[in-house]
Design a protein around this ligand. Structure first.
Ligand SMILES: *Cc1c(COP(=O)(O)O)cnc(C)c1O
Length: 420
């Protein structure tokens, strides 16, 4: 006899996802190597093989971030877990943060910093543009923030904010510089040490070929000193030698980087239960990137991103935003006036199994976003997407030269046949 808490029969079937090519702004199709790494069995949290895996992962991510920072580790959670951990650990209530906003994720940094109780100062530019170093320095002089928080690549606008001059400006004005490089790292140049960044957080689901669920971060000595001043070890695990810092206790337990550092560091002080499966995945993502070589990975994203952009133009479509500051790995495409944008996306998915992205805020309904990142920064993925898009656009009454997209992309590939 069934009771009212029994579940429907179909719920007892396994979930088998249909084959999809994820060509949106992230997440992307995961590299099968990462899926394999994530199917490995667990080991105990303090098993020596586990702590070795954690140390190796730290070392691999120093390569990814291009840093010597000792404190390079994973925060368990999606990319915003990394953002939240950095901001809540650096900013005490009432302290000032400057956020230059050029898209959706700049607004997210503001929103998270507000929840930390910080005094948030934002400067804004139009979606599709980036800031000059002078604009940012002027705002720093005016606001005198403790922290500058800025996104590197904002997938909502496809723009890549140049960071190379900002670290030096921040050092000169005694400001801590934090960047969210989730969408850009691995596909666009990124140099933590050379650019003098104090804190960086990322995620796996863009150019790093993985699923979301782990947020690698790196912290400079200046950032670590700031965080350590706020150290308050949890009651149940506290020992005699633990001394509280002078600063205010970090408002979040889960995202308390002072405690998370003690867990990843020599003391191995218990904090959360490691998300071991994500650790395996994150380790494999870094291994894939370091094996390919960062410069090769960036060149690959440049090649396939260019081919996609040129192919899109070959379909008689217009590209969105300042192309000189575009990320390599995602392109914004104006939806033609006569075409139903959502109907095109629907047909791409239903008829061809290919996902492309919609957009947010002021761009909603105006552009699609098409990614060529991580595992999908590949010639076959680009050409399949362009040929499917041509077929779908024709059905929606849009005119173009037959095979215009694939032909234009092929010209880009012929100019650089080696790295397909
Ligand atoms: C995609 C993206 C994120 C994603 O955050 P999640 O918490 O993983 O959804 C964060 N920041 C930027 C700049 C992004 O492009």
């Amino acid at each position: 006899m069934s009771n009212s808490y029994s579940v429907a029969d179909h719920l007892l079937q396994p979930f088998s996802p249909p084959p999809r090519l994820l060509m949106g702004p992230g997440p992307i199709t995961v590299d099968p190597r990462v899926l394999r790494a994530m199917s490995a069995q667990l080991v105990g949290q303090y098993d020596p093989t586990m702590t070795q895996c954690m140390n190796d992962t730290m070392a691999l991510y120093r390569g990814v971030f291009q840093t010597q920072n000792e404190w390079t580790l994973l925060v368990d959670g999606t990319s915003r877990a990394g953002i939240e951990a950095v901001l809540v650990s650096l900013l005490e209530p009432g302290e000032k943060v400057l956020v230059p906003v050029f898209g959706r994720f700049g607004h997210l940094l503001c929103e998270i910093a507000e929840r930390c109780g910080a005094e948030v100062h934002k400067i804004e530019t139009a979606w599709g543009e980036v800031f000059s170093p002078e604009q940012i320095e002027q705002a720093i002089i005016k606001v005198k923030p403790k922290v500058l928080a800025i996104v590197q690549g904002d997938t909502s606008t496809t723009m890549l904010q140049p960071l190379e001059d900002l670290g030096e400006i921040c050092q000169r004005h005694n400001v801590l510089m934090y960047s969210d490089a989730t969408a850009s790292i691995g596909g666009n140049p990124f140099k933590s040490d050379e650019w003098q960044l104090d804190a960086v957080s990322v995620g796996l689901q863009k150019c790093l070929c993985g699923p979301s669920g782990s947020a690698p971060i790196t912290l400079s000595d200046r950032a670590v000193d700031t965080i350590r001043r706020r150290k308050h070890v949890e009651a149940g695990i506290r020992a005699q030698h633990h001394v509280d810092g002078a600063g205010q206790r970090i408002a979040s337990n889960y995202f308390d980087l002072a405690m998370i550092m003690d867990y990843w560091g020599d003391e191995r002080l218990n904090h959360h239960t490691e998300a071991t499966t994500m650790l395996y995945g994150a380790r494999e993502c870094a291994r894939i990137l370091m094996q390919e070589g960062i410069d090769n990975a960036i060149a690959r994203h440049q090649l396939h991103g260019d081919a996609m952009a040129q192919g899109i133009a070959g379909l008689n479509l217009k590209l969105f935003g300042d192309q000189t500051h575009k990320m390599t790995n995602v392109v914004g495409v104006y939806i033609p006036d006569a075409v139903q944008g959502e109907s095109v996306r629907h047909s791409m998915l239903e008829d061809f199994g290919i996902e492309i992205g919609t957009s947010f805020g002021p761009l909603h309904g105006k552009i699609w976003r098409i990614g060529t990142m991580g595992y999908n920064a590949r010639k076959d993925a680009v050409l399949q997407t362009l040929s499917a898009l041509e077929a779908v656009l024709r059905q929606h009454g849009h005119h173009m030269t037959p095979n215009g997209g694939v032909d234009a992309a092929m010209i880009r590939y012929k100019n650089q046949p080696s790295s397909s």
